[in-house]
Design a protein around this ligand. Structure first.
Ligand code: PMV
Length: 326
């Protein structure tokens, strides 16, 4: 009873921030995202009746809190599969975790698909998305392919993610610029509980449904300029809620802000149609058309505070693979 899965992380164009139900991780609002081709987690899970405890090995991350979250997720899957066997889990990311690159999204998507298969459960994409969501909200969006919508309905069974377009629908890229390897001080789980403290949060929620409609139309019509402008404004709006929570959440580093201003300058100078978006961390996602990705990568390489650059295309969702990690 061993299985291995690979999951890509995802970047949200319209973001999820704040939950209706903390335990089930039902979001206050819907969101729209894209899976990222070069940021992934591979996880092998084996359920074995000779094990007396769960054994979890995650490359570069072995804090007790993360391990407890993984064991709780295994418990959820064991309950569904009606098995009691303990598990061995080994997982590795091809990128640094905890800097805003959403390792929890790819992490819980890979864990869900590997553990469900290893436990003998045979589930459809919607069911897998619902389970992944309970590990980490945004993980539900890494299950389906390409461009994805996550619904914010009330019950657990209605809050899942679905593909709206396959990966090859639109040649856009997300060029990720890592500006620091410092771990964030506040996890997104902790940060999300503060969202309602912001005086702007209610206003944000009242505008989200319209924003989702608009972004879906812009993706449908492949209007990159308007799409990029909306993504950038959306990231700033989410960070405005974070900055005005109590206590305030400042996920940016000075380099983050420098790069945000640089990207805007590239536009005003007529160099590239590039737009930023940022999650809970300091790293910057540069959204661009594929034709500009390599020139943007070169530009970023010449900036001294940019430590690493990862070019991503839209990607498939989570799938089982034949190469186990043990
Ligand atoms: O799923 P979490 O708890 O890692 O939250 C992710 C939140 C953001 O990345 C900031 C936004 C999003 O929609 O991905």
């Amino acid at each position: 009873m061993k299985a291995t899965a690979i999951a890509q992380t995802n970047i949200a164009f319209i973001k999820y921030w704040g939950k209706k139900d903390e335990l089930l991780k039902i979001p206050q609002n819907g969101s729209i995202s894209m899976n990222l081709s070069n940021l992934n987690t591979t996880t092998t899970v084996e359920f074995n009746n000779s094990l007396s405890a769960d054994y979890v090995e995650i490359e570069n991350l072995n804090d007790e809190k993360s391990v407890l979250k993984i064991v709780a997720h295994l418990d959820l899957i064991r309950n569904l599969a009606k098995i009691k066997y303990k598990a061995k889990v080994k997982s590795k990311n091809n990128f640094p975790s905890g800097t805003g690159l959403s390792s929890s999204a790819s992490g819980f998507a890979a864990l869900t698909v590997a553990a469900c298969a290893a436990s003998g459960l045979s589930l459809n994409e919607k069911e897998l998305s619902i389970i992944a969501r309970q590990g980490s909200g945004s993980a539900c969006r890494s299950i389906p392919d390409g461009f994805v919508e996550w619904f914010s309905k009330n019950g657990s069974e209605s809050s899942y993610a679905k593909s709206i377009y396959p990966p090859d629908y639109w040649n856009i890229c997300d060029v990720v610029a890592i500006v620091s390897n410092e771990k964030k001080e506040t996890s997104s789980t902790a940060g999300q509980t503060l969202a309602k403290m912001s005086p702007f949060y209610k206003k944000r929620l009242s505008m989200i449904a319209t924003k989702i409609k608009i972004i879906k139309k812009l993706i449908k019509e492949k209007k990159f300029k308007e799409f990029g402008e909306l993504c950038e404004a959306e990231a700033l709006e989410m960070h405005a809620v974070m900055l005005t929570s109590n206590p305030p959440l400042i996920y940016w580093q000075p380099e983050t802000l420098r790069l945000m201003k640089q990207i805007r300058k590239w536009r005003t100078d007529g160099l590239f149609d590039a737009y930023f978006t940022i999650n809970t961390g300091q790293d910057v996602h540069v959204l661009c058309l594929e034709k500009d990705a390599s020139a943007i990568k070169d530009r970023l390489s010449s900036i001294d505070y940019v430590k690493e650059i990862i070019v991503n295309k839209p990607s498939y969702g989570t799938r089982l693979i034949e190469k186990p990690l043990f």
